[in-house]
Design a protein around this ligand. Sequence first.
Ligand SMILES: Nc1ncnc2c1ncn2[C@@H]1O[C@H](COP(=O)(O)OP(=O)(O)OP(=O)(O)O)[C@@H](O)[C@H]1O
Ligand SMILES: [Mg+2]
Length: 363
Amino acid sequence: MAELTLRGVRKRFGTVDAVKAVDLDVRDGEFVVLVGPSGCGKSTLLRMIAGLEEISGGEIKLDGRGLNSVAPRDRDMAMVFQDYALYPHMTVSENLGFALKMRDLPAQAIDAKVREVARMLELEPYLERKPRALSGGQRQRVALGRALIRDPKVFLFDEPLSNLDAKLRVGMRMEIRKLQATLGTTSIYVTHDQIEAMTMADRIVVLKLGEVQQIGTPNEIYQRPVNSFVGTFIGSPPMSLVPAAIGAGNGGAVLDFGEGQQLLLPADRAEAAKRAGVTRVDVGLRAEHIGLAGEDAAGVFVSDIVLLEDHGADSIAVVRLGGREVMARVRPGSVQVGEKARRFAVDLDAIHLFHPETGMRLV
Ligand SMILES: Nc1ncnc2c1ncn2[C@@H]1O[C@H](COP(=O)(O)OP(=O)(O)OP(=O)(O)O)[C@@H](O)[C@H]1O
Ligand SMILES: [Mg+2]
């Protein structure tokens, strides 16, 4: 069992509130990802959980036991860092076995554990090498191995893959997830990469300026972002945000983007805007909800093709709506850069409306 509870956890560095009153419950065996832009307090929060950073307020508990006065080495957590933090003068085998040696385990038992972990991480051929004679990916696997071998209650990862090239990163993120699922170890993983968060997490915690914006499954966060920050931060390509006025058309309420561009506003969303007392909104549109319009499509606007990005299976066309550039997903070859006045259809039931000042979701 390893359930982690954070209540009102805060960190102040001088006058900087790096982490502001975070509440979080991490379930036993869960893989939780902390994600947010640089400087939002991810590492600070993780280091407070590890005990490497004193907390300025609040409480952290592991299985109901307060950790505030427990030394890092007594917390039964293993942390994996971005820069690997291997001992350069030790071999891979010695690096892996070091924590067990510190626990005074017999040499034979250490050796057996080292071999087991080396096998799991495919490090057997490198056991007698020093870290400098390894590739970045191999070093990262040794760093992982050092955490695994301790069989801790909690794994803490701080951007462990950011020094690897893109392909290796994708492979390693699956490997980490598989290992974690097999071991069932409660894990907290820090990244600024929203794709890593989306693909790895059971639940995501989105942070901004030291504050939790939203906690939810990748699907919840993608489908129902609580505000425009989360909406535009999560998702690739990013959600487009376009201001619009709410007006009356002949078929009901419309979103008026100016420049003659209007879209029908579904009744539930018009109702929500009315409840919120706003006549202007920020409209959030994901690329997959805008495409070339068929003959009798509803929710149509007309735009030139500003730019085209080919992704192989599909293409992202940059088009103009309400004076802003928005992204639409199209079939490769179906439009050309510089083409004039193409018709695009929006899936009106999939649009997000945000408050124009607070950025909060309206429906
Ligand atoms: N030791 C320190 N002294 C003063 N300020 C600090 C210290 N450590 C971090 N900070 C500040 O606290 C805030 C959060 O930093 P933190 O390292 O937790 O961010 P992060 O989300 O991990 O960012 P990154 O993605 O760049 O690693 C930043 O504004 C940072 O400048
Ligand atoms: Mg960091």
